[in-house]
Design a protein around this ligand. Structure first.
Ligand code: KIV
Ligand code: NA
Length: 263
């Protein structure tokens, strides 16, 4: 099959076809997810929690990210591979360029970093050097200590306006995609309508271009109480491949997320 590129995602966006994204950390799962039609595989720093047992994503290192990016990239799937820049690897533009370069050399096609309008200069520096960037906004888990927990962002109109203008500024700076985590669906829809790059949502409602979930969550492999936006696709599908196919189908037909998954 034709490899998925950022151009493919944009074609989906323009045509109004929702695309599916999923985290992946190893070659076997990456192959199964890609074979199920999932367009984007994210090596998320959520691996700090679901693989390493940490309470947050903060302990994840560049070495961890490089190792898992190589594992996923080695599966040589047709999916677009996106990798997270872990906590404190973007303290200067030079450091960010080096870290992003390492992820791209490990096999990523795109990098994701958490932040807001202040990232504009960094995004431009990466874009100029051929590194497609996705900016993760809303609930940014690397800032959990500053946010005071994992909670919905952008509920008041001041916060919402700031997010809208930041998204525009980041698109102008050269961002290829925006990821919104845990924001009211209405705000996510306004951001999507404003932008000409794909908007990917998790806990951001149905009015975005793509959906993403953490693999363990959608397979029902969770320890605590799963977040509201998660659906266990394993429960009905009965197999890992079946769950991936059901998720892809539910996203592309826009039957997921349902109202009970949204804020
Ligand atoms: O690390 C991760 O899994 C993520 C997704 C939740 C978007 O950033
Ligand atoms: Na992440």
């Amino acid at each position: 099959t034709r490899p998925i590129t950022i151009q493919t995602l944009n074609e989906h966006r323009v045509a109004g076809r929702a695309f599916s994204c999923l985290t992946a950390y190893d070659a076997t799962m990456a192959t199964l997810a890609s074979d199920a039609g999932i367009e984007v595989l994210l090596i998320g720093d959520s691996l700090g929690m679901v693989l390493q047992g940490h309470g947050s994503t903060l302990p994840v290192t560049m070495d961890d990210m490089i190792y898992h990016t190589r594992c996923v990239a080695r599966a040589a799937t047709s999916s677009l591979i996106m990798a997270d820049l872990p906590f404190m690897t973007n303290t200067t533009i030079t450091q960010t360029l080096q870290a992003a370069g390492q992820l791209m050399q490990a096999g990523a096609h795109m990098v994701k970093l958490e932040g807001e309008a202040w990232l504009a200069e960094t995004v431009t520096a990466l874009a100029r050097r051929g590194v497609p960037v996705c900016v993760h906004m809303g609930l940014t888990p690397q800032s959990v200590n500053a946010l005071g927990g994992y909670r919905v962002q952008g509920r008041d109109s001041q916060q919402a306006d700031a997010m809208l203008s930041a998204a525009t500024a980041l698109e102008q700076a050269g961002a290829c995609a925006i990821l919104l985590e845990c924001v009211p669906g209405e705000l996510a829809g306004r951001i999507r309508d404003l932008l000409n790059v794909p908007v990917i949502g998790i806990g951001a409602g149905p009015d975005v271009d793509g959906q993403i979930l953490v693999m363990h969550d959608m397979l029902g492999a969770t320890t605590g109480r799963p977040p509201r936006f998660v659906k266990d696709f394993m429960a009905e599908a009965g197999s890992i491949s079946g769950a991936f196919r059901a998720y892809h189908e539910a996203v592309t037909t826009r039957s997921f997320p349902a109202p009970e998954h949204c804020f």
